[in-house]
Design a protein around this ligand. Structure first.
Ligand SMILES: [Zn+2]
Ligand SMILES: [Zn+2]
Length: 180
């Protein structure tokens, strides 16, 4: 079971906040990410629960970006208590036997368990500094740093190049200013 892929679910929920604005957009998000079965049975109650979860997951990333590891752990431990794992072995769709973190229940519960276990696994296996918030202002997207040298600072290539251009312009302006 690759729990890091579950951590990507947490990143998705934090960053796609606009898709949590209505049941239709949430359904589209679930379909887009291959969760068609969940998309078919998601309800308004799931939507409300996921909005709440999104705020809590965002808090975890904000604390990690601020370097407050104690707070990251405290927040995650709270989430682990509220979203208990009920592991089951599954062999659906002709796949080999594999583990599911939770079976049945509401769509929001399954997504909560997955994203929280994913983050807990990253923090304990790789370190809390693997969770971050994009530094290309005004972007506040969350990201997961899986680079070998922990060098990631942006949520996307787009933000990285935007930040590079801004830094270049700042250097140019400084140089021009000094020349006058
Ligand atoms: Zn499965
Ligand atoms: Zn960004």
């Amino acid at each position: 079971m690759d729990l890091t892929s579950y951590a990507e679910l947490a990143v998705l929920l934090v960053n796609r906040v606009e898709d949590l604005s209505s049941l239709d957009t949430l359904r589209a998000l679930l379909e887009e990410t291959g969760r068609t079965e969940s998309a078919a049975r998601v309800t308004r109650r799931d939507l409300d629960a996921l909005r709440e979860l999104r705020e809590e997951l965002n808090g975890v990333f904000e604390s990690a970006a601020a370097g407050d590891e104690e707070d990251v752990v405290e927040r995650l431990n709270g989430l682990l208590v509220r979203h208990p794992v009920h592991p089951q072995i599954s062999g659906h769709d002709g796949q080999a036997w594999h583990m599911h973190l939770t079976e049945g229940g509401r769509v929001a519960d399954a997504l909560a368990v997955g994203s929280v276990m994913g983050l807990a696994s990253v923090v304990t296996g790789l370190g809390a500094d693997r969770l971050g918030i994009c530094q290309a202002t005004p972007c506040r997207n969350a990201y997961l740093d899986t680079s070998s040298n922990r060098s990631r600072r942006y949520c996307s290539e787009r933000c990285a190049s935007r930040a590079n251009v801004a830094a270049y312009r700042a250097r140019q302006n400084k140089r021009n200013g000094q020349g006058q």
